[in-house]
Design a protein around this ligand. Structure first.
Ligand code: 13P
Ligand code: 13P
Ligand code: MG
Ligand code: MG
Length: 371
C-alpha cells in the first residue's frame, strides 16, 4: 500500500455483437457489477467501464501500484465472467483475448492490454483516457509525440515556462523487446526516426524532466503495447491500444492533449487487422466499428481525480469541433477503400494479420519460370 494513486486501464476483447462491431450492454453490465463489488470491498477506489468498439476497457483507480497481482486478478476474473456471458450469447470471438487458461500473477502476456501509472495526485489532477479499436499501439505515436513535443500542437511548450524544458520519452522496440529513454526537444529528430516506424517502435511512457514542477520518476502518460500476435504466435485479433494522459500545471493543457487527435492520421488495423485507414475520433455513442469493420476509432474520456475517485467522464470527442476531423476521416476512408486489395490500403505482407500468400505461392511453385 502506498499513498500515491494508481490509474489502470486493463482491456480485452471478450466477444463482439455482431462480428467485431461492439461490446453489448449485457457484457458491460457484467463488468460493472464485478467492479462495483470490488469497489465496495475496498479493493479499488473507483472504476468506469467503457467499450472501444468490441474491446471491453476497465478504467480503475487504486493504491496497489502498477503490476499489482490483486488488480490484475480482478481484471482477469472480470474478463472471465464477461466471457461466460459472451459464450451464453454466442457473441463473435467470445473470450478471444484470454489466451491463458488460468491466471498466473499478472495479465501481461496473457492477452489483455494494460496501461497503468502510479503518481502523486496533485491539487487538481485532470486525467484523460483514450481508447482505440481496430488499430495497433503505434497508432498513439503521432498524437502522443505531438502532445508532448510538437510546439505547433502544444502552445505551452513555447509559452509556459513549466513545459519549456521538454519531456523524456520511453520508447519500446516491440520486435526485440527492448527500450530506450530519449529527450525532447534535443533528440526530437532521432525520436521521430524511430517512432515513424510505428509497427515496431512505440511510445510506452512519457516522463517530466528532472528539476521541473513534477517528480521526474512519475509518468505523465502511458500506452498499452501488447502485441497479441507475438503473444499467441499466430493471429488471434488486433492489439487495440489504450492510453492514459495527465494534463495541466506543468503538463500540456487538456485542450492541447485533445488537439493532437484533430488530424485523422493513417493507422494500420481495420478490416481483418490488415488495412491502413484513418483514425476517427468519435463520441462514446459512435464507438462501434461498422464500415468495413471500421474505420479505426478512438474515444476520449476526461476525468478529474478527487483522492482517487473518478469525477466524470466527459465525452471528449462529443463536440462539433471534431466534425471536420470526422468528415476528413470519412473522405480518406472512401478514397483509400477504392484501392481494394492493393497496397497501401492493404498492409504489406509482413504486417498482415491474415494472408493467403504462402498458399498461393506454393500452388504456383511449379508454374513459375525463370526470366
Ligand atoms: P483558464 O484560464 O480557463 O484556467 O485556462 C488556462 C489554460 O491552461 C487553458 O488552456
Ligand atoms: P478486432 O481486433 O477489433 O477484434 O477486429 C478484428 C477484425 O478482424 C476486424 O475485421
Ligand atoms: Mg473482435
Ligand atoms: Mg477490437
Amino acid at each position: 500500500m502506498t499513498e500515491k494513486v494508481t490509474a489502470s486501464i486493463i482491456k480485452a476483447d471478450v466477444g463482439g455483437l455482431p462480428g467485431h462491431v461492439l461490446v453489448p450492454e449485457e457484457i458491460l453490465e457484467v463488468a460493472r457489477r464485478n467492479l462495483q463489488e470490488a469497489k465496495e470491498s475496498g479493493e479499488i477506489i473507483d472504476f468506469r467501464v467503457f467499450n472501444a468498439g468490441d474491446d471491453l476497457d476497465l478504467v480503475m483507480t487504486h493504491r496497489e501500484g502498477v503490476d499489482s497481482e490483486k488488480i490484475h486478478k480482478l481484471a482477469w476474473e472480470t474478463f472471465e465472467k464477461a466471457t461466460e456471458k459472451a459464450k451464453e450469447l454466442k457473441l463473435y470471438g467470445a473470450g478471444q483475448d484470454l489466451l491463458a487458461d488460468a491466471f498466473s500473477g499478472n495479465v501481461r502476456g496473457m492477452g489483455p492490454g494494460v496501461a497503468e501509472m502510479e503518481f502523486t495526485e496533485r491539487k487538481a489532477e485532470p486525467l484523460l483516457a483514450f481508447l482505440m479499436d481496430k488499430t495497433e499501439p503505434g497508432a498513439f505515436n503521432l498524437p502522443i509525440f505531438r502532445i508532448f513535443a510538437d510546439p505547433f500542437n502544444t502552445a505551452g511548450l513555447v509559452i509556459d515556462p513549466s513545459l519549456h524544458s521538454g519531456f523524456v520519452f520511453e520508447i519500446w522496440d516491440i520486435m526485440e523487446s527492448r527500450r530506450v529513454f530519449m529527450k525532447t526537444p534535443e533528440e526530437m529528430y532521432d525520436i521521430l526516426a524511430l517512432i515513424g516506424g510505428k509497427s515496431r517502435f512505440v511510445i510506452k511512457r512519457v516522463y517530466p524532466k528532472e528539476g521541473g514542477k513534477l517528480p521526474a520518476d512519475e509518468p505523465v502518460a502511458v500506452i498499452s503495447t501488447e502485441k497479441l500476435y507475438k503473444i499467441a504466435g499466430e493471429y488471434v485479433g488486433k492489439d487495440d491500444p489504450v492510453a492514459l494522459v495527465r494534463a495541466q500545471s506543468g503538463l500540456p493543457a487538456v485542450g492541447e492533449v485533445i488537439e493532437a487527435f484533430a488530424f485523422p492520421h493513417l493507422v494500420s488495423g481495420w478490416m481483418r487487422g490488415s488495412h491502413n485507414g484513418p483514425l476517427m475520433p468519435v463520441p462514446f455513442r459512435y464507438s462501434k466499428c461498422t464500415r468495413f469493420d471500421g474505420p479505426p476509432r478512438v474515444i476520449g474520456a476526461g476525468f478529474q481525480l478527487a483522492n482517487g475517485v473518478l469525477v466524470g467522464p466527459v465525452d471528449l470527442f462529443d463536440d462539433p469541433a471534431f466534425d471536420l476531423t470526422r468528415q476528413k476521416a470519412m473522405d480518406v476512408a472512401d478514397y483509400i477503400r477504392r484501392h481494394g486489395p492493393f497496397e497501401p490500403h492493404r498492409l504489406p505482407g509482413e504486417d498482415m494479420e491474415y494472408t493467403t500468400l504462402p498458399k498461393v505461392m506454393d500452388k504456383l511453385k511449379t508454374r513459375f519460370e525463370e526470366v
